[in-house]
Design a protein around this ligand. Structure first.
Ligand code: TYD
Ligand code: MG
Length: 461
């Protein structure tokens, strides 16, 4: 017993890295979440009395943080970062393979060094000549942009110390490995060790570290999720595979708000900032076609005008088909039921297609009212007025409910020449010109110029 006493005292048991469940003995498979090979031993830190360096202070006497963000010069990236990259901080950029993370960061570094400063791009996935060729094609060749093809963590740290960059990008965190661990690159222990070490380097060397992390929809790749607490900023980069639009959002940000959205288009020459997203989404719109309506969507705090389309047709098979793209299927079902029951628009037994155009996801409840108008317009085969936009949540009673930031949405609609904004009647008075408040879906259909439907008695709210 005495022989084992010391070791036993240092042991805390075992903990699953995936779900946090604890156990007294090691198991290959976590009994909490069922994940394999996630259970790790916990060891107590050696108890050393910390010398009170600096000591505690009155909160009023703590010096203000002088950390200043360095703009990358890519406007949409800087907007999401609330200014730029902060020296000594770690930023994780997560996204699905192929979404354009490497392209974004290569362009960001080239832009940053063009404004003065030095950057290091560590590629752990591609060969140096591949990155060089891409940089040449994107016009990103700059003498102060340094490049290293490296997968060993020690070597990566060595490059940072040798080059002394203002910013280092490590692409990707899953492809770098530490010799301290046996696990293969990409394993949880490896990814964490790499992030931990690079976070130390960031702080000690006052360099901004950017880690690239691949994520998959089912979250099966280790990385981003396990690293979120280790880094200062987490950016999510996503987009529809079949569309050029890419969205960049801050999921966590120690140096600013997380509601800003950056928009890019992936083209032949890399990523291009989208300056007028509403104009972009509406560029190909056909006015005067039944089933089309415009919705002022809110992405973060940014209003974005997108087109919703609906098509109502005789059923192609024995049962009516409902299909939603870029729209929540559950919300479409709700809208159809409310249209039928509360406003007397016949959709039962007919095929209904609902689409948010341009690879956009319009899953906000604010999309209910415009979706209902689009379906009603398609079902009745009557086009909506071209200058109309609508936004509001629908209740099961057929009532139109308030949604956030109506002022900003209405202003964006007016900017693009829309002169009639249907909003919930409970909207604040200062939403602005051209606003029409509607209490119910029936009122909204009338305000949109659709013919009155034959509403079953007692159903109309
Ligand atoms: P990439 O930046 O390699 O994605 P990630 O690092 O997230 O895996 O870019 C992936 C895709 O982008 C690739 O399939 C090709 C496309 N692409 C363009 O369309 N235009 C370009 O200029 C570049 C560089 C890439
Ligand atoms: Mg890449």
């Amino acid at each position: 017993m005495a022989r084992n006493g010391q070791a036993a005292a240092a042991r805390l048991g075992f903990r699953c890295a995936a779900c946090g469940a604890t156990s007294v003995r090691w198991t290959g498979r976590c009994s909490g979440c069922g994940a394999w090979n996630q259970v790790e031993e916990q060891r107590a830190p050696r108890l050393v009395a910390a010398s009170p360096v600096g000591g505690a202070r009155r909160i009023t006497e703590v010096p203000a943080d002088r950390s200043r963000a360095r703009p990358t010069g890519l406007a949409e990236l800087d907007r999401v970062l609330a200014g730029g990259l902060v020296a000594g901080s770690v930023t994780l950029v997560g996204g699905e393979p192929g979404v354009g993370k490497s392209t974004l960061l290569l362009q960001a570094l080239a832009s940053l060094v063009a404004r003065g400063g030095r950057a290091l791009y560590v590629t752990a996935e591609e060969a140096a000549h591949q990155v060089q060729a891409r940089a040449a094609r994107l016009g990103c060749l700059r003498p102060e942009l340094w490049l290293a093809a490296e997968t060993s963590l020690d070597a990566v740290v060595g490059h940072v110390l040798a080059v002394r960059p203002d910013v280092v990008v490590v692409d990707s965190v899953q492809a770098v490995h530490s010799s301290q661990h046996q696990a293969p690159p990409g394993a949880v222990t490896q990814v964490r060790e790499v992030a931990h070490r690079l976070a130390e380097v960031a702080r000690e060397e006052n360099v901004a570290v950017v880690l690239v992390g691949h994520v998959t929809k089912d979250g099966s790749l280790a990385g981003p999720r396990q690293l979120e607490h280790l880094v200062d900023t987490v950016l999510a980069f996503d987009g529809d595979r079949h569309h050029a639009l890419r969205r960049l959002r801050a999921v966590k940000h120690r140096y600013g708000p997380t509601h800003e959205l950056g928009l890019f288009e992936m083209g032949e020459d890399g990523l291009v900032t989208v300056d007028d997203p509403s104009g972009l989404f509406l560029a190909d719109r056909l006015v005067g076609v039944p089933g089309s309506v415009v919705l002022p969507l809110l992405e973060g705090r940014r209003p974005l005008l997108v087109e919703l389309q609906a098509l109502v047709s005789p059923p192609v098979s024995s049962s009516a088909r409902r299909s939603a793209e870029g729209i929540d299927g559950g919300r479409l079902a709700l809208v159809l039921a409310v249209l039928e029951q509360r406003a007397g628009v016949q959709v039962a037994g007919r095929d209904v297609l609902g689409v948010a155009v341009g690879g956009v996801r319009a899953s906000e409840p604010a999309a209910d009212l415009p979706l209902a108008l689009a379906v009603a317009s398609a079902a009745l085969d009557v086009a909506l007025p071209p200058g109309l936009v609508a936004c509001g949540e629908l209740g099961l009673g057929g009532e139109v409910r308030i949604v956030a930031d109506l002022g900003r949405r209405a202003a964006e609609a007016r900017r693009l020449g829309f002169d009639r904004v249907l909003v919930p009647a409970s909207a604040p008075a200062d939403v602005g010109a051209g606003v029409v408040g509607v209490r119910t879906l029936t009122e909204a259909l009338a305000a949109a110029g659709l013919p009155a439907a034959n509403v079953p008695k007692g159903s109309r709210p």
